[in-house]
Design a protein around this ligand. Sequence first.
Ligand code: PMV
Length: 329
Amino acid sequence: MKASSQSAVAIAHPNIALAKYWGKRPYGHNLPAVPSLSVTLAGMATRTKVAFDDALAEDVFVLNGSEARGESLTRVSGLLDRIRKRTDIGTKARVESANDFPTASGLASSASAFAALAVAASAAAGLDLDRAVLSDLARRTSVSAARSVLGGFVELRAGKEGDEDLPATEIAAPNHWDVAIVVAVTREGPKDVGSSEGMKHTMQTSPYTDAWIERAPALFERVRSGVIDRDLSAIGPAVEQSALMMHAAAIAADPGILYFTGATVEAINAVRKMRKDGLEGYLTIDAGPHVKVLTRGADAERVAETMRAVPGVLRTIVARPGPGAHVES
Ligand code: PMV
């Protein structure tokens, strides 16, 4: 089949890892070194249109209205190439993607971006792939994107030697547990060190790498059972330790990678004070300066208000468990 102009649009949501992934296995195939567990979020979205077009000499990638080249275009083309390999489409594509939240700032935009791209590109190519294949396809470009293909509470096991395929799986649907993630946004611009680069540098130079890889699976198991039991007080300490241990490993690299700003530290302290004052919420932090607070759905607005009072917090976003990536109908 020859593609003259085939297109599709997909929507994907970012996810926040409650048990973090940081670091890859040395066996190729973009395999994570530790298991992770996330919640896919409604309330923030990436919308991506893919159009295979005979008139194009090269893939074109437009991100939030401006044409992107270099590393981000290479990653987009890499995923498109894997789709093209599965079909007889040799045609280049135009990809237009937009986020309704800050891009590349530690709000997991690569997760929703590559989940949306995998779903839109396979639909545009006329492929009817199941969730596991789509998740694996997204994971080969961005590990966290494997999780955004699915909705609700999602796990991704660590890769082991000999693995090639590694999809994420949904362990519970979005309505399994009424929790919210309150994002305290502390900066609008892009981050300094991307997650791929940051974790590679951590793995290569941090004396805490082995401790992280050894301890992360037990934290993952605690988070996993807490999610299944809907037990915020049980899951919370493991969620915080997973994030802080990941950052400790990065900070101990040579030279150290510090994603925190002053506002991040203020926000960490505020979450702990809030808890002492009787409002239960637990923090997590990705490869950026924002602090995200896991709390009960009913407490979300009060937590957001508390976070907005923290010096350096610009605004808050309240997100709840949401669906996986899907074709826009
Ligand atoms: O897969 P990436 O490059 O988006 O890395 C994600 C790393 C963290 O967001 C910090 C943790 C995670 O598990 O999402």
